[in-house]
Design a protein around this ligand. Structure first.
Ligand SMILES: Nc1ncnc2c1ncn2[C@@H]1O[C@H](COP(=O)(O)OP(=O)(O)OP(=O)(O)O)[C@@H](O)[C@H]1O
Length: 312
């Protein structure tokens, strides 16, 4: 596996505040790497360090093997970025805005048509950006990031501000990007569901530190299996479940029991079901729960996280 992005002990301080704290991450080539963390966790600062827009207090970052600190321009040539502020000229058309960047980069004119087509903006390219919806601007931002076909795309909260249709479109688009263009995508988000639906790999950042990283499916496979239950009397059911020395928690849709790693799911389900019924608890539903990113997130940020909904 080759790394498209690699950092070693990356650290950035703002005065007394440690925004990024000894962060070592590896983004494999052609991955869609979801960089997950709550607001203020240090995601944007990390992305800016990767792009050479900020210098590190300590540590280093490499993009396609090029050290960002030693060769900022060389590394930047390999990355297309979509950060929060688009900076488009509203009075110019989408095409004209892209042309400004194309000229700066010394790219041929057909490159504009190529990226417009990738983001499905060919038909709207001659309209002024001030008439674009937020979703269209976001796609134009992506098109600009893709000018020159950089092997790595760094996207900061790419679905921020999009309406539900726009979010679905953007997710579908990002998921297919490595296949379509061969690019590696690093995208930051504070939304569990977003990363869950798009990413092949995940890195979780908490208070500036990378607390977990890996291939998403492998991380899920390592999670202890869980059983979800709906019963008539959760207060009575919980101690019965705990008497099996299992962890029990309450969620909006019922109780969740965490089994020990390697436990036989079916056997455990049958046993718990029997014990509850024998104790007079009515069981409305019982069954295995798919390991989720929320479970992974909860485990690694247990001390301070309170993921109420899908928002971290
Ligand atoms: N230029 C700056 N000067 C001082 N503090 C900063 C600066 N930039 C970021 N910070 C602080 O560093 C921490 C990490 O911020 P960062 O923007 O990287 O977080 P984030 O995970 O991207 O969150 P968000 O999604 O809210 O942008 C925050 O506490 C923030 O206030």
């Amino acid at each position: 596996m080759r790394a498209a992005i690699e950092t070693q002990g990356l650290t950035r301080r703002f005065g007394q505040h440690l925004a990024v704290d000894g962060l070592s991450m590896t983004v494999p080539e052609r991955a869609v790497y979801g960089f997950l963390g709550r607001n203020g966790a240090g995601k944007t600062t990390t992305l800016k360090l990767l792009l050479g827009l900020l210098g590190p207090t300590e540590g280093s970052a490499k993009v396609c093997g090029i050290d960002v600190g030693r060769d900022r321009i060389g590394a930047a040539r390999r990355v297309g970025a979509l950060l929060e502020a688009h900076g488009f000229y509203g009075t110019l058309t989408g095409r004209e805005n892209l042309d400004l960047t194309r000229r700066l980069m010394g790219l041929p004119i057909p490159e504009i048509d190529r990226v417009l087509e990738v983001v499905d903006l060919t038909d709207a390219a001659r309209r002024r950006v001030s008439d674009y919806s937020l979703g269209m601007r976001q796609r134009l931002g992506l098109a600009r990031a893709m000018l020159g076909a950089p092997p790595v795309l760094v996207l900061d909260e790419p679905t921020n501000g999009l309406d539900p249709d726009g979010i679905v479109d953007m997710r579908r688009f990002l998921k297919a990007l490595p296949e379509r263009t061969g690019a590696t995508v690093l995208l930051s988000s504070h939304l569990l569901g977003e990363i869950e639906q798009v990413a092949t790999h995940v890195g979780i950042v908490n208070e500036g530190r990378l607390v977990l990283e890996g291939e998403f499916e492998a991380l899920k496979a390592e999670l202890a299996p869980e059983i979800g239950l709906r019963v008539d009397d959760p207060q009575r059911a919980a101690p019965i479940l705990r008497s099996h020395d299992l962890t029990v928690r309450s969620e909006v849709d019922g109780l969740v029991v965490r089994l020990r790693p390697g436990a036989d799911h079916d056997q455990a389900t049958a046993r718990l079901n029997r014990d509850l019924i024998e104790a007079g608890v009515q069981v409305f539903a019982i069954g295995s729960r798919r390991p989720s990113l929320e479970g992974i997130y909860r485990d690694v940020t247990m001390s301070s996280a309170q993921p109420r909904s899908e928002t971290v």
